[in-house]
Design a protein around this ligand. Structure first.
Ligand SMILES: [Zn+2]
Length: 442
């Protein structure tokens, strides 16, 4: 039976992720949704002689793989205008003051940076991005407000591409001196209102254990419980964070002092990562950002909450800081979902989630490429509660996918491996049946 369709798209491979790969695949699209999905080698599904290719537009990609749209699970888009370079690998407590300085400098144009960052995220294959935004954003001067919507007149980016990218925006809570300038519930209400105008999904992020004392964290977690919010926190990013929790001393204390953000007695000593996790895990959904230095006892605690907790791994940011080996296998063995993010331009060369998945493959050859691709698609969509729309390719679901150009020759007969080859790149991104990004050039 001929499927009435607006568009048909063919590709050497379609990887629905939740089902086996489809060789010589075809997706037909009607009203922005997938009308059919099959192999053109299958005569029960496809017959050229009966006009099965009749549709308004045919896109024949050839040597590509089509995946569910990729999800970038951690960014700080306001830092996309960053240009500072470090000699060697900075320590986190050396790097944070540079970020603070940058945010106070004349080179910081956050509205423009977010627009540029979203454009870079799309070019990196993302259809959705999880962003942590500083509370000051509520008072920013936005360049797009001076124009007609977020349209872009550059030929390579079809109009409104940026507004089609799904943004999960986490308002950052900071209270190094023991108080928040605006109480968490009021801050979140203002954030939610601003997000609604932009079509973003609002959420909340207490920054880290050295900027948010446990008492304030309790308050933010209570808010997340009351409003059913996703909560994200930078946790166990360095070993010195554990020292700070235990003693209130060390390089993080010195950093807070230098930033005039230290008040004696605010961070009571004698605390552990487990104490923080026990509070965090009361929230309805928790995204642990990094978790680089979580060890067996904490991982086993987290595994009890694996239905609502995930960690986000940023492989190239991890390399930038020269951290110890990432406990990726331990998380996966404990059935804790691991998502993948780029982190910001302040610790990262670009905002390509596809580049990040390639880096994860390179750094963890023990894992199957398929597992890594699931982390950036299905697992992320499930955690963010958008798996009704994203994370899988199936009939009736939105035609939202990332198109990856494969190398002209690849050794493996596993298409997932070919996708994560160092020579593959993002060819296009489709959202709801429209091309919103197309790679131009060689
Ligand atoms: Zn971060």
């Amino acid at each position: 039976m001929t499927t009435p369709a607006d568009i048909c798209v063919t590709a050497d491979w379609i990887l629905p992720v939740d089902r086996p790969p489809i060789r010589h695949g075809m997706i037909t699209i009607a009203d922005g949704r997938i009308a059919s999905l099959h192999s053109i080698d299958d005569p029960t599904q496809f017959r050229e002689d009966r006009g099965d290719t009749q549709c308004k537009q045919c896109v024949r990609y050839g040597n590509v793989a089509i995946l569910p749209g990729l999800i970038n699970a951690h960014t700080h888009l306001d830092l996309s205008g960053w240009s500072h370079t470090f000699a060697g690998r900075p320590k986190l407590w050396e790097w944070i003051p540079e970020v603070v300085r940058f945010r106070r400098s004349e080179s910081y144009h956050p509205g423009q940076a977010i627009e540029d960052g979203l454009r870079a995220a799309l070019a990196g294959g993302a259809v959705a991005t999880v962003d942590v935004i500083p509370p000051d954003w509520l008072t920013w001067d936005w360049p797009h407000e001076k124009r007609e919507g977020w349209t872009d007149d550059r030929a390579w980016l079809p109009k409104s591409g940026l507004t089609r990218l799904r943004v999960f925006s986490f308002i950052e809570c900071l209270a190094p001196t023991g108080v928040m300038r605006i109480p968490p519930s009021e801050l979140f209400d203002r954030h939610r209102k601003a997000c609604l105008r932009l079509g973003w999904h609002p959420a909340i992020s207490p920054h880290a254990p050295y900027t948010v004392p446990l008492e304030i964290l309790e308050e933010v977690v209570k808010l997340a419980e009351d409003r059913d919010l996703i909560l994200a926190m930078h946790l166990a990013e360095t070993a010195e964070e554990v020292l700070f929790l235990a003693t209130g001393e060390g390089p993080f204390r010195e950093m807070l002092e230098k930033l005039s953000a230290h008040k004696p007695g605010v961070f009571r000593p004698g605390r552990t990562l487990k104490d923080v996790l026990k509070v965090l895990c009361r929230a309805p959904r928790v995204l642990i950002i990094h978790g680089n230095y979580l060890t067996e006892p904490e991982i086993s605690l987290l595994s009890r909450f694996a239905d609502r907790v995930a960690v986000v791994y940023c492989p190239r940011s991890h390399e930038f800081f020269g951290h110890a080996h990432y406990p990726l296998e331990q998380f996966l063995t404990a059935s804790i979902p691991v998502l993948v993010g780029t982190d910001s331009r302040a610790s990262h060369p670009d905002l390509s989630i596809f580049g990040e998945l390639q880096a994860a493959r390179r750094r963890h050859p023990e894992l199957k490429a398929e597992t890594i691709i699931r982390m950036g698609t299905t697992d992320a969509a499930r955690f963010l509660d958008c798996d009704g729309d994203l994370g899988r390719l199936a009939v009736g679901r939105p035609a939202t996918f990332s198109v990856i150009e494969l190398p002209s020759r690849y050794e493996s007969d596993d298409p997932y491996e070919a996708v994560l080859s160092s020579q593959s790149h993002v060819r296009a991104v489709w959202i709801d049946g429209d091309v919103v990004y197309e790679h131009r050039g060689a």
